[in-house]
Design a protein around this ligand. Structure first.
Ligand code: C2E
Ligand code: CA
Ligand code: CA
Ligand code: CA
Length: 281
């Protein structure tokens, strides 16, 4: 009985308490992380399934916590969203990435057509000065707007489609490109697509995961690709992990693939050497 009582108090009450403390600590640490230079950017290639050429990179944030080591964005991005610290973090990453691509271009280490994708959070999307801020960062770094693509998740866009249309139009006016991220995870997603001024659809990893075993997912990818083709939008399949998945995506006429099969996200030094991948059998 004593052992059980101990287990119980350890497993239950303190666990809730500990979680609240851990969460508060995370908020505090996040607020300091920027000035302490604890963030870095990694780059994952987006590969043409027609040519094997690396057409772009998605920039992904990494946080090296002084005590905990690497903390996953899946853990801290939602917290940063809630507390609002995603806004300064988001500007920081955007400037880093624009600066990085500009440097690569100036040293001719990357193809001039290469674009770089930066994730935009829902919180950033509602900042009234969003377009002005993006424009300023492009101006400051000297990067051509056409080299930048912003990724916005389908669920964020669906929150308020009318507001999203207005904001996306402002961003398009700058000359940048736009992508819908995690596509297929929301509902009624196909009907409003023609209203959004987007260049790229990124099919969520969950579809690609099940491509071997779920004929329904294959049909959905087929539908998404043909609809996108009709709208003049290109399609990226996320989470490509095997050669077999790549072949199936090629057969489905998917334009681009991204995933561990090609490369894990890599630091800038390693990423810039990635230019082509073998895509034929
Ligand atoms: P996301 O935007 O959907 O990014 C793709 C995630 O899938 C990345 O996780 C990437 O490392 C992972 N991934 C890529 N290929 C594969 C694969 O073949 N298999 C599997 N299982 N996973 C793959 P990561 O870097 O942990 O980022 C997680 C999420 O955190 C991102 O999902 C995005 O929503 C958010 N995030 C990351 N960086 C940023 C950022 O700079 N700003 C914002 N607002 N959100 C970010
Ligand atoms: Ca993304
Ligand atoms: Ca995604
Ligand atoms: Ca995601």
């Amino acid at each position: 009985a004593k052992a059980m009582g101990k287990a119980r108090s350890e497993v239950f009450e303190p666990a809730i308490h500990d979680r609240a403390i851990a969460r508060m600590q995370l908020e505090i640490d996040l607020r300091r992380a920027l000035e302490h230079k604890e963030f870095m950017v990694v780059y994952q290639p987006i590969v043409s399934l027609n040519s094997g050429r690396v057409a772009g990179f998605e920039a992904l944030i990494r946080w090296q916590h002084p005590q905990r080591g690497w903390v996953s964005p899946a853990e801290f991005i939602p917290v940063a969203e809630e507390t609002g610290s995603i806004v300064p973090i988001g500007w920081w990453i955007l400037e880093q990435v624009c600066q990085q691509l500009r440097t690569w271009q100036q040293h001719s280490v990357v193809d001039s057509r290469l674009t770089v994708n930066v994730n935009l959070s829902g919180k950033q999307l509602t900042q009234p000065d969003l377009a002005r801020e993006v424009k300023q960062i492009l101006h400051k770094t000297g990067l051509s707007p056409s080299s930048l693509k912003l990724e916005i998740t389908e669920s964020v866009l669906m929150d308020n489609v009318d507001a999203a249309v207005t904001i996306l139009q402002q961003l398009k006016t700058l000359g940048i490109q736009l992508a819908i991220d995690d596509f297929g995870t929301g509902y009624s997603s196909l009907s409003y697509l023609h209203r959004l001024p987007i260049d790229t659809l990124k099919i969520d990893r969950s579809f690609v995961n099940d491509i071997d075993c779920d004929p329904e997912k294959i049909e959905m990818i087929r539908t998404i690709v043909s609809m996108a083709w009709n709208l003049g939008i290109n399609v990226v399949a996320e989470g490509v992990e095997t050669k077999k998945q790549m072949y199936q995506l090629q057969a489905l006429r998917c334009d681009y693939g991204q995933g561990y099969f090609f490369s894990r996200p890599a630091d800038a030094e390693a990423a810039k050497t990635l230019q082509y991948f073998e895509i034929r059998g």
